[in-house]
Design a protein around this ligand. Structure first.
Ligand code: PLP
Length: 405
C-alpha cells in the first residue's frame, strides 16, 4: 500500500463516496433486478436510430471531423440551438445558445458551479432528503451541506430564507420537478419565491431539473429560471434521462456572464464536452428522434409507475406512505418505524431484487433516524418484474413489521 497523504476533501466526502460506490456496484450487477439506480429502460435507449445516425455522420463526408477533433468549449453550436428549440422554448423558457453550456454529464454542472462560487466551508442549502450524488460533489468541493425543512410539496420557503440568513448561504440547491429522491414537484408559487430569494440575497439558486421533460400527468410547471429577473438562477439538466447516460452529456442554462465564467472552469477541468456524443445527440434532435423516443419513454414509464404504485398499495404494510410522482423516475416510501429498509434490502437481495434505503439521503441526520424510508425506481425494469419484485418486498416488509410486534 503506498504511504501517501490524500487531500482533506477525500475525508469530507468519505461517507457519500462509499454510498455512491455501492449504488453503482448494485446498478451494474447483472444478477440483480434493481429498483435502485436511476437508469432508463433498455428498450428506449436510442440503439435503433444510432445505427443510421452513427453510420452516416461519423464519417469524413459527414460530421466525423467535428466529432473526433478538439471542439468548442461551450459545446457544439447546433446542439446548443437544438436544446433551445426542442427543450427550452416549448416549455416557456426564453433562452438562446448564449445561455447554454454543454457539460460532460449532468453532474458536471454541479462541479463547475462549485468551482465558480464555493470557498471551503461555504454553505449550500438543500432539500431534506436530497440527491446524495450531488452532496458527494458538494463535499468534494469542500462545501458544507445544510438541509432545509420540506413538506409534502418540497422546500418550505420560510425555512430556506431563515437558513440563508443564518448560514450566509452561497447556493440553494433543489431538484424541483419529480425530485430525486422523492418524486415530488415544487408548486409554482414556491418556484417564484425561490427565484426572488436568489435576487434578494444575491445568491445562486441551483435548479437541477433532469426529469422535467418526462411527465405522465399534471400541468407543465414553469422553471424557477423563468421567474429570475436578475440572473441568479442556474438551471442544470442532463441528457441521461432523455437520451443515454453513456453519452455523458448535460447542459447548464444561465445568464451569459455566468456561462462565460463556467466555460473557463470547464476549459481548466477537461477542455470541452465529448464531441462524438455531441454530434450524435445533435443529429438525434435534428432528425426528429427526440420527440419519438420521449413519447415511447413516457408511455413505458407511466405503465411502470402505475404498476409500482398499485402493487405497493396492495402489498406494503399498513401505515406505509408513498409519493405520487407526476413524472420522473422514483417513488419515495415511508414505512412504519418497525420496518428497517436497510435490513429489508438485504432480505430482498437474497431473492435478487434491490432498491435504495433512504436513511443516507438526509444530509444532516444519522442514517438510522430515517431507516424506514426508501427510494424505488420504476423506469429500469419491465412491468412484470416491477409487480413481482414489489409484491415480494411488500410481503417481506409485512413480515418484518409483524416480527416487531
Ligand atoms: C437530480 C439529478 N441531478 C443530476 C443527475 C446526474 O445526471 P448525469 O447522469 O447526467 O450525471 C441525476 C442522475 O440521476 C439526478 O437524478
Amino acid at each position: 500500500m503506498p504511504n501517501v497523504k490524500y487531500a482533506k476533501r477525500v475525508e469530507f466526502m468519505k461517507d457519500t463516496a462509499m454510498y455512491m460506490r455501492g449504488l453503482f456496484d448494485n446498478m451494474t450487477d447483472p444478477n440483480m433486478r434493481s429498483f435502485g439506480g436511476g437508469a432508463p429502460a433498455r428498450s428506449v435507449l436510442p440503439m435503433d436510430c444510432m445505427e443510421e445516425i452513427a453510420g452516416e455522420v461519423l464519417s469524413d463526408a459527414g460530421r466525423g471531423f467535428e466529432a473526433f477533433q478538439y471542439s468548442a468549449p461551450f459545446g457544439l453550436a447546433d446542439l446548443r440551438q437544438a436544446v433551445c428549440d426542442h427543450l427550452l422554448t416549448p416549455t416557456g423558457i426564453e433562452a438562446g445558445p448564449e445561455n447554454i453550456q454543454i457539460v460532460s454529464g449532468g453532474l458536471e454542472s454541479m462541479y463547475l458551479i462549485c468551482q465558480l462560487f464555493i470557498e471551503p466551508g461555504d454553505v449550500i442549502l438543500t432539500e431534506d432528503p436530497t440527491f446524495i450524488h450531488t452532496t458527494d460533489t458538494f463535499k468534494m468541493c469542500e462545501a458544507k451541506v445544510i438541509a432545509c425543512e420540506c413538506d409534502d410539496h418540497g422546500l418550505v420557503i420560510e425555512d430556506v430564507e431563515k437558513k440563508i440568513q443564518e448560514y450566509d448561504a452561497k447556493i440553494v440547491y433543489t431538484v424541483p420537478t419529480f425530485g430525486n429522491p422523492t418524486g415530488r414537484s415544487l408548486p409554482v408559487e414556491r418556484r417564484k419565491a425561490l427565484a426572488e430569494l436568489g435576487s434578494k440575497y444575491n445568491i445562486i439558486i441551483l435548479e437541477d431539473d433532469p426529469y422535467r421533460d418526462v411527465r405522465y400527468s399534471g400541468e407543465v410547471l414553469p422553471a424557477i429560471y423563468s421567474f429570475d429577473k436578475t440572473g441568479n438562477t442556474i438551471m442544470a439538466c442532463s441528457f441521461s434521462k432523455i437520451f443515454a447516460p453513456g453519452s455523458r452529456l448535460g447542459y447548464a442554462v444561465a445568464d451569459p456572464e455566468i456561462i462565460y465564467a463556467l466555460r473557463d472552469i470547464k476549459i481548466a477541468t477537461n477542455s470541452q464536452p465529448p464531441g462524438i456524443s455531441e454530434v450524435l445527440l445533435a443529429e438525434y434532435f435534428h432528425r426528429g428522434y427526440y420527440e419519438k423516443y420521449l413519447a415511447k419513454m413516457v408511455e413505458l414509464y407511466k405503465a411502470g409507475r402505475d404498476a409500482m404504485m398499485e402493487t405497493m398499495d396492495k402489498f406494503f404494510p399498513e401505515g406505509f406512505k408513498r409519493t405520487t410522482p407526476d413524472g420522473g423516475y422514483y417513488v419515495w416510501v415511508e414505512f412504519p418505524k418497525s420496518v428497517s429498509t436497510s435490513k429489508l434490502k438485504e432480505r430482498a437481495q437474497e431473492y435478487k431484487f434491490t432498491f435504495l434505503s433512504g436513511g443516507d439521503w438526509y444530509p444532516n441526520s444519522d442514517p438510522s433516524e430515517h431507516d424506514n424510508t426508501a427510494r424505488f425506481n420504476f423506469t429500469t425494469q419491465p412491468v412484470e418484474v416491477i409487480k413481482e419484485g414489489i409484491e415480494l418486498i411488500g410481503k417481506l416488509a409485512c413480515e418484518m413489521a409483524a416480527e416487531a410486534k
